[in-house]
Design a protein. Structure first.
Lengths: 231, 217, 231, 217
């Protein structure tokens, strides 16, 4: 069993045109920077990207949008991104907007082998159009389905060569859920250690969910809203 | 009339000791500045943080530690990080005691519209639909009228709605109103505001009963 | 905000006859020993207990069975327990058996605000009787519902006074799920610390889910199958 | 004919490097003793452990560290603990490569009965129904006949079933059989066992084609 590859290019080598990808991160926090760069280099096209956000013009998924590699974005909030807006308005890019909690739960359901579940978010709104609704204990819910991505690409803080992952602070966000949801999960980590170095009590994603792992390099970790206090 | 900080200050009076609170982007975020001294209020940020603290100093800035508005923040003692599914588990299962949100429109049955303007670029609903569908106690913080002077407190929302029947209270620059099955029930007036001014600025069903006190800020 | 009580008796004070309780643990591992003892002392009756197992004759939930305090057990495996068997055969005790994964997911759903979900376990078996079935991607699933317990009672390794919990090894099992599922959650911990002493990256149950917490004492931690190797 | 250890040894030949495996209570547990040298196989225990090691020494015994059979165990480097929902997430989402279970009865379409005998005290299905409904690769380890000498490989299960259409392979004291849409396909014979002996002991549809080799143990 060897899950370790040398770098991002090797990690994404098996991703081909028209693949459905999940990409971890919230805004630019906890995004798989190395893998995104490798996907840009590889030039793979027609991608469907399931990710809470769509990056900014020159960072994150925005880089793949610049290269016109993305056919469809599935997100809860697409933020400030001029190229995104241009492609959307011109009809080049398809967008599906999903309530954030539903997005998270549809990722979690995929990793849990739960094909569908009921959630209250979006009942009575355009999100509910065409969806089955049902009342439980006097409240209305929508039936939502698990995602079925080909690949999940996540960024962790630490990982071991068996694929166990640990995340840091709010860079955790969607990453563990997506790691568990992928048919093939690729994890890039800031620190890659040997099995036994991570405390088994504090693993966020057990290695069974991770197929490919590598040590990332040169993390920029760009900040979208640098808010500071005088201290 | 209240400014943004006044609205936030008035909403802070709704806080109770031990509350877990989710504050939306914009005016709601300002509520954190007016938590009464000695009161224990824990802020939840839906990107995966409970126990959010103030903005960091330059030295404390950590790109891996942001709030749902993507601002750099800090943590307080007793904080916890978790994934997005756990975050919305808290929200959907009713563990968040109070949610404060901005809105474009609210109607007199408590429907809220705050995510989409037809014809404009739609950025997405983020966590708003989950919050309004799940929170047991939602307060809307907003201006009473839009830039064109039109009421945002309506009989029917004209914009695509975010959730049905969910807003319990609205605090605007003019007043505090509870939403009951009778409509907008006027509870308090902002300093310098009259009942007439509220009537004029409110399109939905407005209930004015007895003497309406002025806010005590 | 004060979630801390002095002891188990105070923690269970508000539990009254006919309450629906969730109790953490797998076998005798990670069970809320102190709270069970307090419930026995309190003598509360007619309880419905949702717990993976039912203890043994003289330990765990078995102690409550001895006192005829339990009206109904909801479990996946009731194990070896003579008094349990006697009460079941005499009709004094009602038992609902649920596949272990479904039991876990119904706990998780309660804590997640998901009223119902589909799972494959039990399709075509007597567990499926009276349940809605549906096909997803060529496979059959059952619709299962979230539990709705009055109280969840869990045992953690460490906790802080804000209710944040950490579990040790396989004593984790159902405890975090149940902690998140209770309308009122009671946690007993081996070590109770001040806020800030637990690393926020490694909290298993965030404090928002816990209503009452206390430091337990005199843990017996009985072992059901003491298997050892020569080493 | 094989004894319990022989069955476990034969099943161990089905292991592949990198496999994640869930072993049921009884004979399946013995498979762990025959993992080929140098092969990386990770054992999952559904009570919340990945990377289960052997039984502890007296000094290592930890009441907080048990397997799904409630036996004290140890962990290997690279192990992880998790809650029961995450454990069954692994199982239901198909991440466990191989599940080995005991059975009371298996029919020639791969249905399995292993949890309940009418008239006897029912202890519960534990995780068995989740495992058989979810695992992509299920091997049953059992005796070919019961104590009364009756076949346990049937046309139809007589006991309440645990899951439909799920068993892919059966290893008994007599032979190895794959379950296909034609029924039980005989693949290998235990040492000293003839095709006739298998035919006599098998009530369900049995397919015997070509020369059946003897197991290489």
């Amino acid at each position: 069993m060897n899950k370790v590859v040398e770098n991002a290019d090797q990690a994404v080598a098996s991703i081909s045109d028209n693949a459905v990808l999940m990409l971890g991160g919230f805004g630019l926090c906890g995004i798989p920077e190395n893998s995104i760069s490798a996907l840009v280099r590889k030039g793979v096209k027609g991608l469907t990207c399931i990710s809470n956000n769509a990056g900014v013009d020159d960072f994150g998924i925005g880089l793949m949008l610049q290269g016109k590699q993305v056919k469809k974005m599935v997100s809860s909030y697409v933020g400030e991104n001029a190229e995104f807006e241009r492609q959307l308005l011109s009809g080049e890019l398809e967008v599906e907007l999903i309530p954030q909690g539903t997005l998270a739960e549809r990722c979690r359901a995929a990793g849990a082998g739960v094909p569908a579940f009921f959630t209250p978010a979006g009942y009575g709104t355009e999100v509910a159009e065409g969806k089955e609704t049902r009342e439980f204990n006097g409240k209305m819910y929508l039936l939502e389905h698990a995602f079925d991505p080909d690949f999940a690409i996540v960024k962790a803080w630490k990982g071991d060569t068996d694929g166990n992952l640990i995340f840091k602070a709010t860079a955790r966000n969607f990453n563990p859920l997506m790691a568990m949801a992928g048919k093939h999960t690729i994890a890039e980590v800031e620190e890659l250690v040997e099995p036994g170095e991570l405390d088994p009590n504090f693993i966020h994603v057990p290695g069974i969910f991770v197929n490919t792992i590598f040590k990332g390099t040169d993390y920029e970790k760009r900040i979208e809203q640098r808010t500071v206090s005088a201290g | 009339m209240l400014d943004k900080n006044g609205i936030a200050k008035r909403i802070a009076q709704e806080l109770q000791d031990g509350y877990y609170v989710n504050l939306g982007i914009g005016v709601p975020t300002l509520v954190a500045n007016y938590i009464p001294e000695g009161m224990s209020v824990t802020l939840q940020s839906e990107n995966g943080l409970l126990g959010m603290g103030p903005f960091p100093t330059e030295a404390e800035v950590d790109a891996d530690l942001i709030n749902a508005g993507k601002q750099t923040v800090t943590t307080l003692p007793g904080s916890a990080f978790f994934d997005s599914a756990t975050s919305f588990s808290m929200i959907r299962s009713g563990r968040v005691d109070l949610t404060v949100l901005g809105a474009m429109e609210v109607n007199d049955r408590g429907d809220i519209a705050n995510w989409k303007i037809p014809g404009k670029m739609v950025k997405g609903m983020g966590g708003a639909m989950d919050l309004v569908a799940s929170a047991k106690n939602i307060i809307v913080a907003m201006m009473h009228t839009n830039k064109a002077g039109q009421s945002k407190l309506l009989k029917e929302c004209t914009l695509p709605i975010t959730g049905l029947n969910c807003v319990k209270k609205v605090v605007t620059n003019l007043c505090v109103m509870d939403i009951t099955n009778r409509g907008f029930e006027l509870r308090e007036l902002a300093p310098g505001v009259t009942v007439e001014m509220v009537k004029e600025a409110t399109e939905g069903r407005l209930v004015v009963e007895g003497n309406i006190p002025t806010m005590n800020l």
